[in-house]
Design a protein around this ligand. Sequence first.
Ligand SMILES: [Zn+2]
Length: 233
Amino acid sequence: MILMKTSVHALNLNHYDSEHFVEFSLELPTKCPCCGTAYSRSPEHANYFQESSGVMTAYATYFCPACGRCFFVVYLIQEDSPDFLGFPIAQYPTPSESTSFSQELSTLTPKFVEIYHQAEKAEALGLTELCGIGYRKALEFLVKDYAISQHPDKESEIVSSFLGNCIADFIDNKKIKTLAKASAWLGNDETHYVRKHQNYNVQDLKRFIKATVAYIDSELSFTEAFAFLNNSQ
Ligand SMILES: [Zn+2]
C-alpha cells in the first residue's frame, strides 16, 4: 500500500508567534477514526514542539466531512529525513471500530457483547495487560448465558459455578465445549501471575472466542430452523 503524504506548515509551540513555521511531510490517515469513512484530506491545523533533547513532535487536527467531527494525530518527526517526515504515533479519538455480532447473539448475551467491545477499546488504547482480562470476562458471560439458554432450570447453579465446571457440566455441543475450554485456559493465563501456555497470547484467545461465537451462532440458527419446520407442518 502506498501511504499518502502531505506537506504542511506547522506552527512552533516553543515560540508561539506566527513567524515560526516549519514545513513537515506528514503521513495522512486513511480513514476517519470516528466513523470509519475513507479519508484523504490534509490537516486543518498543525503545530510542532521540540524538546530540549531535540526530539520533535508534530500535532495535526483533521476534519472529516462525512461525520462532521475532528480528530487529532500525533507524529514523531524523523529529523534526519530530508523533508522532516512525520510518522503517526497516536490518534485521538482511538478508532471506534468494533467486532459486530449477530442480533441473535446480542440478544442471548448482551453483557458478552458489551464487555468484548470494552476489551477491544482497551486493546486499541494499548492497554495490553488489561484487554486479556476483559476478553476472559466476556467469555464467561458468553458461556454462561449460552448454558442457561440450554438448561434454563439450572440457572442458579450455572451462575455460581466456576467457568471450567460450567463448560464441563452444562455445554453439550462438543465443538463449543472444546473451543470454550481452550478459550478458558488461555483466558486464565491473562488473569494469573504465571502464564501456563507460553506460546499463546491474547490474539489466540480472541481467535478461540470468535470460533466459539461462530458455533453458538450456528446452534442458534439451527434451533430456530428446527422450530420453524416443526411449527410449519
Ligand atoms: Zn468521520
